[in-house]
Design a protein around this ligand. Structure first.
Ligand SMILES: O=P(O)(O)OC[C@H]1O[C@H](O[C@H]2O[C@H](CO)[C@@H](O)[C@H](O)[C@H]2O)[C@H](O)[C@@H](O)[C@@H]1O
Ligand SMILES: O=c1ccn([C@@H]2O[C@H](COP(=O)(O)OP(=O)(O)O)[C@@H](O)[C@H]2O)c(=O)[nH]1
Length: 455
């Protein structure tokens, strides 16, 4: 059996509370399969980073490297999170392109390849993750690595019209051709990549996702929607009922209903629009004032990037204004929390919420939407209100799908969720729950690796 080597910028070790779907999904995916996980340690050092530190936990060998201050600034904060992230999330207005950041990004990809290459065995299967590491496959090929290498993009692949706004997009994206398989979250991301390959590389893309370039080079691109371990989340939600965190949340509600939202504090997640839609709901349906609280868990992420600092200030202002306007002595409309919680606690919180409010403006997948469904009880399930612009909306079609830019739409959906008869809640939940049980994180890993090994 070949060894699986995962490469990602963000790496998480078991029991770490790290907000972010990539880390939690890869942890579940590697847990029982085992393998090598290479990536950033999360540390930033003032000197030139030392090589790789190795540690084995359970079945996973971790090989981690620090970033220097300049790498952190150019590669992670700069090109990854102020150039690629906004563009891939359809926010060219926030795009900040600097050539020195692109150089830093390319240099870190080269350094990662140089550190990884000596750790590799000839029968390894290498799986690279996400927009931080687009050129890594090409760098490994340049070092003579012949192994199968796959790439998975966790964020949207936008329409070519949007991608073409990136200076130097063609040489950067051409490096994708070094992979044997490129995976996307949804069919529409896969179609966008095919369209881009035709327009920019003169390639053809057939129905099976085979991209053929004029020089005869071929690679495959296909959609593999990422998922969760629904059994684990359901068990955690059952167990959490006796936990202190869950009991104090339920006690604090005093019989009122809860709507829950859990997102990194990121502009792609549509938090200001959601707060405003919630205020609009309180205006449109005053009978629910004092009856429903919204709890927004929003751990701070990328907190030293200016756009994220501005968003945080705006949300503090909005939450304060809405609470000031609608609160009663014994009821607060919005509970706004900037810390992260362990997934086992989140499962209990999801279970106690009548409404799951997941309304990103754009999201590759959004695992929170899937986790919310998995945590519900079959007898008394809550209702998921889900943005049409999350990858998860392609699968969770029995959610109440909304346009997050339309406050009326979101407000009406919250109302519909609260008024929904139990039979309809059960029917919608059963359909989504069955889908999640048939498409787990293990199925995701297996289906990607099957196609990669077959390519
Ligand atoms: O590593 P950070 O900068 O702290 O950011 C956290 C992660 O955010 C993004 O997650 C994406 O992956 C999820 C799982 O596939 C998906 O559901 C979500 O829609 C994506 O936004 C990012 O893509 C990761 O690289 C980050 O680690
Ligand atoms: O306090 C928190 C907030 C979030 N998460 C986890 O972070 C992930 C967020 O993934 P998602 O795909 O929804 O969005 P991303 O942050 O990756 O863009 C989910 O697995 C959440 O359970 C967590 O463990 N603790």
């Amino acid at each position: 059996m070949t060894r699986l080597v995962i490469v990602s910028n963000r790496v998480s070790k078991p029991r770490e509370t790290r907000a972010g779907g990539l880390a939690s999904a890869l942890n579940s995916a590697l847990n029982e399969h085992g393998g090598l996980w290479f990536g950033w340690s999360g540390n930033v050092v003032s000197d030139v980073p030392a090589g790789v530190s190795r540690e084995r936990i359970g079945e996973i060998d971790y090989a981690l490297t620090d970033l220097s201050e300049s790498e952190y600034s150019t590669y992670y904060q700069g090109f990854s999170n102020r150039t690629l992230w906004p563009l891939l999330h359809y926010r060219p207005d926030l795009l900040d392109f600097r050539r020195e950041n692109l150089s830093g990004y390319r240099a870190v990809n080269r350094r990662f390849a140089e550190l990884l290459a000596p750790q590799l065995r000839s029968d390894d299967t290498i799986w690279v993750h996400d927009y931080h590491l687009i050129p890594l496959g090409q760098e490994l090929r340049a070092l003579g690595i012949k192994a199968r290498i796959g790439f998975f993009l966790h964020v949207p692949f936008p329409s070519p019209e949007v991608l073409m706004m990136l200076p130097g997009h063609r040489p950067l994206l051409k490096t994708l051709c070094a992979y044997d398989l490129v995976g996307t979250q949804t069919d529409s991301d896969q179609r966008a990549l095919c369209e881009y390959s035709g327009r920019e590389w003169g390639a053809t893309c057939d129905d099976s996702g085979m991209v053929s370039l004029s020089d005869g080079h071929r690679f495959r691109c296909m959609a593999f929607p990422i998922s969760i371990d629904p059994g684990l989340i359901s068990r955690n939600a059952d167990l959490a009922r006796t936990s202190k965190a869950h009991r104090s949340l339920v006690d604090s509600l005093s019989g009122r209903e809860l709507a829950i939202s859990v997102d990194r504090l990121d502009y792609s997640k549509g938090l200001p629009e959601r707060f405003e839609a919630f205020a609009h709901f309180l205006d449109s349906y005053p009978q629910h004032r004092g009856q429903l609280s919204m709890m927004q868990i929003a751990p701070v992420t990328r907190g030293d990037v200016p756009e994220y600092q501005e968003l945080r200030a705006r949300l503090e202002q909005l939450a304060g204004a809405i609470n000031g306007r609608y609160a009663e002595p014994d009821w607060m409309p919005i509970r706004y929390i900037n810390r992260s919680f362990h997934q086992a606690n989140l499962a209990g919180f999801y279970r106690s919420a009548r409404v799951g409010l997941v309304t990103p403006l754009r999201d590759g997948m959004n695992l929170v939407a899937k986790e919310y469904v998995a945590a519900q009880s079959a007898e008394d399930p809550g209702v998921l209100v889900l943005s049409r612009f999350a990858g998860a909306a392609r699968e969770l079609t029995d959610a109440l799908l909304v346009n997050p830019y339309d406050a009326d739409d979101t407000s009406n959906a919250i109302h519909a969720a609260l008024e929904m008869p139990i039979e309809e809640r059960r029917r919608r939940w059963q359909a989504m729950s069955a889908h999640l049980r048939q498409h787990t994180i293990v199925d995701w890993r297996e289906s990607f690796l099957d196609v990669l090994l077959d390519s």
